[in-house]
Design a protein around this ligand. Structure first.
Ligand code: ARG
Length: 581
């Protein structure tokens, strides 16, 4: 099964080569969806300048060499020199028929690259917030998509598990007791634990034996590798992992303990990172701190902004660790392409880290690094989402509320189902709705978190798409046909059949695009359009009650492919597809 746009591209390109010489054979033929045909080739307009000829003349020359008679039924020049291309129904039908036996549904298998993806990355003893939710969901979708395209994806969950707050956290843990309910808060409500430690620290006196002094000594012991201190630190991290995993399980993301690659793991490399930068003359001491000054990074009054890699007290920071991540991912993980799915406000940080790494020779030009910027999730007031009291929203609570709200809708629509089935659907719909809301808008834009909108059964929502595939399943149940058994052949005569078949042929190209551009929302948009195409299809083309057996078989084949595309597409987004709704 061929993507029509791809096929037409190649045909127009060979016409370009034949008409204007081999040097034109890889010119972009600019094939776009058209209002007046299926596609149009706009190449003539761009080429006219280069050739010094009129666009219409150029398109006439292309037409002379264009051989698409097996693919197109109409080809004509229009307007200033567009070539309008209308596909043949038998070609569309044949290609759609091939999807029926294609496990990959037209998604190409790409040359295998090593792609570390840094995503989720919550902080130990802190609540995951909706920002972490979004990098988790977007990162997971990119990981699934790139894996399906054939790549070796290495998930890197860069959790914040190191730094000065661990002094007070460890002292607090000792005071409340390692096996206490307070310690257990780390697995359910980490902010409460953190806040209690913080309050003690802030209220502490300044005496030798007071909390603050003990906390500071603890930081030194931790950095010095004191065994007992490390044991307590591991305890804290362990309890936090329980919390992270509860969230990941609830969300149905693919991250496991194997993927943890936290900040602490880079400790041993930091001194070396600094030494090498200093000896290469890339870093210099400024006000006691070791800094990298890069061209083009200036702040107010054109003052150069430093990347601080060793503070004046000798401590290393976030930037030093991230320089180490680059080295590790290039040298040890043999990365061909590295993605950091992290909040948009960190854009400057990554630019500076990568520029430094390139200068140091740690990041070869052949390795592409991308910051997949995550935009803020806002409350209805247009500010960063918080609870009414101003506290950060607890992620678990948010997810539970989504499931509860979905349960209310399911209870109303499907009183016939038993409680267990209803709960299962509610879970898939509630969680799917939250995840889909993150994935249906461009990852770098802000959006307003709104339960009513994300749970709506109409519009570009998770539940709408889940419903679209459940509806197809119900057709098969009603007709007592196994969708896996359908053989076709597919024929295309009605307009709505043609539209559906053509839409299905576009799946592979969209998935490929998501992998290239790292924009899962393109897949969401495609699936939403597919669901709309299906609705129009049902309106005009009865399936089980089609007039002839051949027609019925063909339509069953079309919706069987649509079902697989919807389920696969949702899976690449990380959204589950319930059997019925
Ligand atoms: N833990 C950080 C945060 O919560 C995100 C880390 C992102 N990854 C990285 N390599 N810097 O903001």
């Amino acid at each position: 099964m061929a993507d029509p746009q791809e096929v037409l591209s190649r045909r127009v390109q060979s016409a370009l080569g034949a008409a204007f010489g081999p040097e034109f054979a890889d010119t972009d033929p600019v094939i776009r969806p058209s209002q007046f045909a299926d596609y149009q080739a706009n190449a003539a307009l761009a080429l006219a300048k280069r050739l010094g000829r009129k666009p219409r003349e150029v398109s006439a020359a292309i037409m002379e060499h264009l051989d698409v008679s097996d693919v197109c039924r109409d080809v004509e020049v229009s307007g200033p020199g567009f070539i309008n291309l209308t596909l043949r129904e038998d070609w569309i039908a044949e290609q759609a028929g091939r999807l029926l036996t294609d496990d990959r549904l037209g998604v190409p298998e790409q040359e295998r690259l090593n792609i570390p993806i840094d995503y989720s990355a919550p902080n130990v003893a802190k609540e995951m917030h909706v920002g972490h939710l979004r990098t988790t969901v977007v990162g997971d979708s990119l990981a699934r998509t790139l894996e399906f395209l054939g790549h070796n994806v290495v998930r890197q969950n860069h959790i914040g598990d190191w730094g000065t707050p661990f002094g007070m956290l460890i002292e607090h843990l000792l005071e409340v007791g390692e096996a206490s309910d307070e310690a257990d808060l780390l697995t359910t409500d980490p902010n409460a634990f953190y806040q209690a430690a913080r309050n003690k620290f802030d209220a502490s006196g300044e005496g030798q034996d007071d909390f603050a002094a003990r906390a500071r000594r603890r930081v030194v012991a931790l950095q010095g590798g004191d065994e007992e201190t490390l044991r307590l630190w591991r305890k804290l991290v362990g309890l936090s992992k329980v919390y992270f995993n509860r969230v990941y399980t609830k969300l149905g993301v693919t991250l496991t303990d194997e993927d943890l690659a936290g900040e602490s793991g880079y400790n041993a490399m930091l001194a070396d990172v600094c030494d090498e930068l200093e000896s290469k003359g890339i870093a210099e001491i400024s006000d006691g701190a070791l800094c990298v000054f890069l061209d083009g990074f200036t702040g107010r009054e054109d003052k150069p902004v430093p990347l601080i890699i060793r503070k004046s007290d000798g401590g290393y920071g976030y930037a030093t660790t991230d320089l180490a991540t680059v080295r590790y991912r290039v040298d040890d993980l043999k990365a061909d392409r590295i993605l950091y799915v992290v909040g948009a406000p960190q854009a400057m940080h990554f630019k500076m880290v990568w520029a430094t790494a390139r200068k140091a020779g740690w990041l070869p030009e052949s390795v592409e690094t991308t910051h997949v910027q995550i935009g803020n999730v806002l409350g209805s007031d247009g500010k960063i989402l918080r609870t009414r009291s101003g506290a950060p929203v607890r992620l678990m609570q948010l997810l539970e509320e989504a499931v509860e709200r979905a349960a209310a809708v399911v209870a109303e629509n499907r009183p016939d189902l038993d409680a267990e089935s209803r709960a299962e659907i509610a879970r898939k719909v509630g969680i799917g709705a939250v995840k889909y809301a993150d994935l249906s808008v461009s990852h770098d834009t802000e959006y307003v978190f709104d339960f009513d909108r994300m749970l709506a059964l109409t519009g570009n929502t998770g539940p709408y798409l889940q419903y679209a595939q459940a509806r197809i399943r119900s057709i098969f149940r009603k007709g007592e046909v196994d969708p896996a058994r359908i053989e076709g052949p597919i024929t295309v005569s009605e307009r709505a059949e043609r539209d559906l078949a053509l839409k299905l042929l576009g799946f592979g190209a969209v998935v490929e695009q998501v992998g290239d551009l790292l924009q899962p929302h393109r897949l969401s948009t495609y699936l939403f359009e597919l669901a709309q195409t299906l609705t129009a299809f049902y309106e005009h083309c009865p399936v089980l009650t089609a007039e002839t057996d051949a027609e019925r078989e063909s339509r069953l084949a079309l919706v069987a492919v649509a079902l697989r595309v919807l389920v696969r597409g949702l899976d690449l987004l990380g959204v589950e597809a319930p059997e019925y709704m």
